[in-house]
Structures are given as C-alpha cells and as structure tokens.
Design a protein around this ligand. Sequence first.
Ligand code: UFG
Length: 340
Amino acid sequence: MKKILVTGGAGYIGSHTCIELLASGYEVVIVDDFTNSVAEPLQRLQKLAGKSVSFHEVNLLDEAALDAVFVKEGQIDAVIHFAALKAVGESVEKPLMYYKNNISGSLTLFDVMQKHGVKNLVFSSSATVYGDPEETPIKEDAAVHATNPYGHTKAMMEQILMDTSHAFDWGVVLLRYFNPVGAHESGEIGEDPEYPNNLLPFVSQVAAGIREHVTIFGDDYDTVDGTGVRDYIHVVDLARAHVKSIEKLAKHDKGTLIYNIGTGTGYSVQQMVETFRQVSGKEIKTVVGPRRPGDIAECTADATLANNELGWSASYGLQEMIESAWKWQSQNPNGYRDAK
Ligand code: UFG
C-alpha cells in the first residue's frame, strides 16, 4: 500500500486522517467538493505534515470527473471514504438528499474503483447503526437497526460493501465510530461546524462566549447523573484507526471486517461540561431542557476486536480530548473563517 485516495479529506475526520497517513509515509490523494468543508485545512495539514497532497475538487456524483481523477493519479492502492452528509436532524427533514449523497455518491465511487481495479476500502461508519442497543458496551455482532435516515444510509452502505467485497474480492474495513471529539495537538485543524449539532463543539462555543448556554437534552435518563452517556474518542486516535485499517488490508484476505472505534469508557453530558469548565477556566452555563427525540441513554463501545485484530487502541483520555478541543477553539474563534 502506497497511494491512498481519501474522499472528504478536507472534513473534520478526513483532515486528521490525512495527516496521520502522511506521517506514516503514504501518498495522499484527496477528493472533496467542499459541501461541508473549506479549503483551508488542506493548506494547514500539508504544512503540519511537511508533505504535500494531491487534491481534486470533485463531487462524487460526477462519475466522469471522478473517473478522470483515477486516470490522472495512476495506481491507487486503497480508498478511505469519508465524504457524506452527517446531521441526524437534517436527514429526517431531507431524506432524499441524504440517500442521494450518501448512497448514490458512494455507488458512483465504487463503480469507478471497480473499473480501475481498486479493491481496498475503509468506510466511515457509525455507532448509529446500532440504534438503541440492548446492552452496552456494544459488540460488533449486536443487531443493526438504525433509527433515522442518516443511520439508514450508514447501515445500507455497510450492506452494499459486504455484498461488493463478496462479489468482487474487495478488502473492506467498516469502522463504526462512536463520538469523535478534539483536535490536532497544534490547534491548527479541528471541527468547524457553522451551527454545532453535537455536544462538544456546542460547549466549546459557549466557553468561548459565542453562545449563551448549553441546553442539556434531558436529565432523567437511567445513567450516572441522569444525563446522556457517550463514548467520546479523540479524533487523532480515530484517524490512526484508519491507518491501522490500511495496514490490515495490506495483509488481509478479501472480505469485510467490522470494528467499533471508541475508548470503552462513557461520560455523561454533565461530566463533559464539568471537565470543559476545569480545562478552560470558563463559566459554562447549562439549562436543562427536554430529551432530544431519538436520543438514547447510553452508548459505549466494546473495542476489543479493534485492539486484537487491528492492533489499535485509544491513547488519549478525556483530558486530552477537551484540552485539544479548547486549544482549537481558542486559536480559531471563528473556525477556518478567520483564515487569510
Ligand atoms: N447533548 C446535549 N446538548 C447538546 C448536544 C448534545 O445535552 O446541545 C447530549 C445528547 O443528548 C447526548 C450527548 O450530548 O446525550 C451527545 O450528543 P451528540 O449530539 O454530541 O452525539 P450523539 O451521540 O447524539 O451522535 C453522535 C453523532 C452521530 C452518530 C452518533 C452515533 O453525532 O452522527 O453519535 O452514536 F450517529
């Protein structure tokens, strides 16, 4: 494995993964159309890595343009596929947009890969495919029953890839991410949502004085303090899981491998906010509101399989996750929008 094509490489998880790939000696080709991202992290990640990437501004639905990328780049050894829409609430309101982007865009990519004989893929899946799990920590063989269109697209993509790897002898790794948070240690690249849907970016913006308070979505769950518990994973650890997956594909017989990527430890909303207060030294106002529809009480990973088979485990704890998130927020109060 030498040359890796990364779709969505300008995005939050994609940009961190490109840095780790470059640090491990891979050549990186990025395909992104800036639907949900900007160009700035591409400059920054190349500077941080001290290496350059090849970049193509292409929408995955544009088969001719995608084909031209594969022709131009020559031999691609594997693809890491991040490019997708990811907001749960929006997916409920605009399901067709989600199916078109996440499914049709991926199918086009897979067709082009097959045409060019590229048979290795790492796919960005999500713990959302487990829906409301019967038990936690969740193992990979737990039932898959997503509960919203975004989750359905992830579950469908998993099935499509299992069928494809079987039919065409592809090697596929499906990584089911739990809750990615944090930023690169430099504070130069991080998560840049215009309006945050997720807890930690929201808390960061409250700590920075951009928003007034955090609404806690329910404090009557059956958890340690009544607030929702999640398995937060440092984005750099998550990025490294992709590098490990590429290494695995280099040695592995064909077929589909599925791994949970989390730390195995859950933290409540209250615990997250409290740790953020300690790290930032800022007052963070909270207001308890109603439960958010579709939320579950608790979701944590059993990542034993990734430990054993990928040789991966999380190296960062909560403190480092929040310190890096705060560093990114402090250095970039308006995300990438301040960049010259
Ligand atoms: N929460 C709040 N207030 C907020 C935002 C979130 O109290 O303003 C709570 C939620 O109720 C939940 C926890 O914080 O208990 C985490 O919520 P996030 O929105 O940060 O994350 P989710 O676990 O809901 O969703 C994330 C990803 C999804 C993915 C899912 C997989 O955003 O894309 O994990 O389980 F599908």
